[in-house]
Design a protein around this ligand. Structure first.
Ligand SMILES: Cc1cc2nc3c(=O)[nH]c(=O)nc-3n(C[C@H](O)[C@H](O)[C@H](O)COP(=O)(O)O)c2cc1C
Length: 191
């Protein structure tokens, strides 16, 4: 029987900075996921400020447990990281390390799920290297990185508070990534 419940897409990312550009990029991608019919949720900023992931303990903080449960329940994921010194930020990497807690699930890690990957940096080099790292991590977690990835250079584009940006084509690319995440989940549902 085909399920009719809404596809759930979870966004993870951003930085702790007020007005985080990467968090704004995440919300634009999630609006694309909604356009394609998904329900969306986002875990961003201070909600990602978790203890360093420790594989040797089972106890998790309420915030970490919430992240793990949200990933477990998601049909698709969007991950956005700022580029820090040419790489994804420690905040986002540590959050992704918690996906290890899904290793024994029937659907382990990000298995069977599309992962929209977006990097936001103040230059092309870090935007592209960080995007590549996010793709590699999505593969390592058995996810399916979206065909369209986002490499955003905030020296050339600014995201505003209202869900827009100075470059319409960047907004369109980010929305497309969100749509691809939802469309992949819908396609797999019919298999
Ligand atoms: C610790 C740190 C390291 C950074 N390293 C780089 C870098 O290597 N290359 C780059 O282009 N931008 C770098 N940036 C700039 C950020 O990637 C850029 O400002 C991005 O838009 C920040 O995202 P946010 O607004 O979500 O915090 C760095 C910023 C910080 C705070």
């Amino acid at each position: 029987m085909t399920s009719t419940r809404a596809i759930k897409v979870l966004g993870i990312g951003g930085s702790l900075r007020d007005g985080s550009q990467s968090e704004r990029a995440l919300h634009i991608a999630l609006s694309g996921a909604r356009e394609a019919g998904a329900e969306t949720d986002a875990i961003t900023g201070s909600a990602l400020s978790l203890p360093f992931y420790d594989a040797g303990i089972d106890d998790r903080t309420p915030e970490a447990a919430q992240l793990i449960e949200a990933v477990r329940a998601a049909d698709g994921i969007v991950v956005v990281s700022p580029g820090y010194h040419g790489a994804l930020s420690g905040l986002v990497k540590n959050a992704l390390d918690y996906v290890e807690d899904l290793r024994s699930d029937a659907r382990p890690y990000l298995d069977g799920r599309a992962v929209g990957v977006i990097a936001v940096a103040y230059g092309w080099q870090a935007a592209v290297t960080t995007l590549n790292q996010l793709r590699t991590i999505a593969h390592a977690l058995r996810g399916w990185p979206t065909p369209m990835g986002g490499a955003v250079n905030t020296a050339e584009v600014k995201f505003d508070e209202t869900g827009g940006a100075s470059e319409e084509k960047v907004v369109n690319n980010l929305r497309l990534i969100g749509r691809q995440v939802t469309e992949f989940a819908l396609a797999r549902r019919t298999l």
